[in-house]
Design a protein around this ligand. Sequence first.
Ligand SMILES: Nc1ncnc2c1ncn2[C@@H]1O[C@H](COP(=O)(O)OP(=O)(O)O)[C@@H](O)[C@H]1O
Ligand SMILES: [Mg+2]
Length: 631
Amino acid sequence: MQVWGEAYETPAKAISNLSMHIQTHGNQIFPVTAFIANQAANSQTLPTADENPMFYVWIYVLIGLASLTFEMLGSSILVFGGYRASRLLFGQLLDTICRATMRWYDVTPTGRILNRLSKDFETIDTTIGFSFSFTIQCFFTVILSVLTIVLLSPLFLIPGIVICAAYVSYSKLYLEITRPLKRLDSTTLSPVFASFRTSLEGLATIRAFSAERRFLDKMNDNLDVTTKCYWALWMVNRWLLFRFDVLGGIAVFCVMAIVALFGGNTHQQVVSILGADVTALRAKASNGFEGLLIVSAMGLTMAIYWLCRFISQLELDLNAVERVTEYLNLPQEPPSIIESARPPAYWPSSGGPADSKLISVENLVIKYAPDLPSVLQGVSFDIKPRERVGLVGRTGSGKSTLATALLRFVEPVEGHIVIDGIDISTIGLYDLRSRVTFIQQDSVLFSGTIRENLDPFNEYSDEACLDVLRRVHLIDPSPSSTRPASIRNSDESTTFAVASSASSVTGTETNKTGAIKLDSVVTSSGSNFSHGQRQLIALARALLRKTTVIIMDEATSSIDFETDNKIQLALREEFASSCVITIAHRLQTIIDYDRVIVMENGKIVENGSPAELMSNTDGNFYGMCAKAGMV
Ligand SMILES: Nc1ncnc2c1ncn2[C@@H]1O[C@H](COP(=O)(O)OP(=O)(O)O)[C@@H](O)[C@H]1O
Ligand SMILES: [Mg+2]
């Protein structure tokens, strides 16, 4: 290649040596390396294509091989590098999102989070690498086409500059227009999916209210809006292509006109004026170069068009990366484990004397955000080991806030919570949350099996899992069970059938009778179970963990009264050595508890045994019981 290149600089010598070269090598087919070595050893010659075509064929093969190698190398870097980058980024993002503060979850729509994790990553995984490589490819094609044209026909520089200015101004305009259009295109598409999803979810309600027309119209309106944006975007693409085609036509025309009018002589003159000495090549293969010129001029148009398209696409794709990196700086929860302050394995222990304090809350003040009013205003109380405490009060009085504060989902502005001698703000979140069980009003199940939901870390035996299912009456007490069910009137217990949708939704009938088994399938978020069943499964999970502190936030409010009673009975028997805090929707649930705390407007207004509170006929608790028809 070097020899060939050098031959350009010594055309006269090349031509004079040509005959010698032909004599030496004839029409033999040489491996190109040997050929070049020979060339270097013998003389500085350039064979003609007619005499020795194989020389050029080998050059061509070499170029092909080099291009293949670079292509493979480039693609490998793109695919593996892109894969690694997006894996790293996804891991970091998932970590940051999972450890974000509850406040952030409160103010961030779920759809947006899901978009980051799905759509933005789809872009990072698939399109960004290709937009990037195509942009580079188009860029170099443009540069090479321009170089080829200018080098072979320098006169083209004159119209070329004008044409180039037109290309640049159109490209600028195009990029400015497409930026907002592409954004509009993707933002107007979200309502279409959202309305489709909500319509599907609420199909029964829509039909019940005969609102099909309204929803259909809304869907059509959304589709109209997004189609308008899509149409406009494509029209702009066509607008650009049309102008570029015209410019390309002008460029080709100019090239051909230059070649036709000035031919070789003028060309040679211009070349010598510019000082570039390519005349030998020009003289030898005039027709070929003219063809090359025209092809280059035509290729240039398409290359510039695609360069513009890919630059705007790349810009949009890079927005996805920008959005993801923005999420990497989310406000984070405190660390999950603090090595220097790990609680002992037995913590919290309920083994202390009955009058000691297991949980001690002192002057707790909680705000959901610095700019919001305080939701809890100086709450103080103690809970003894093995005590069962009912927490009641109006909606919005701060019961759930208090419960979540015990798990540090919200951090206190003032005051602290001490559990079994350890201030919970000093230990890691994992250590705290793995020792306290919290059952909320809406239990969430993972898709998988019942067993995976009960024991996600596979720490318990099948028998233990079945046992807890029995205890919460999700399955019949098995006659073969070696351990008697602790619930007394077991004949009254109900076996819940899996919602009939279960098999139709999942398509897999794990059990023919429809009764719940360990390997029963749970669909996403447990939608194939009723609300009550989900609560019972969550309760079974709590029974399995047997923690010392159990907090239930209206956990049984969607369970029928009779089952609620049975659960309370089970709690009493199974968790005799645990401390149970129940936020109760039904006063009957907690009437036999050891203590009842009544809250109002973020403060504790009454605190005592149910009997004590009932005896105060002016008190809130008495009033509530009277309203519930219990007195
Ligand atoms: N995530 C939140 N962000 C801001 N304010 C909240 C949030 N959750 C609850 N609140 C406010 O805190 C107060 C107490 O709510 P909550 O503890 O849920 O009451 P309860 O459980 O007794 O019904 C209410 O005024 C409510 O508006
Ligand atoms: Mg609540």
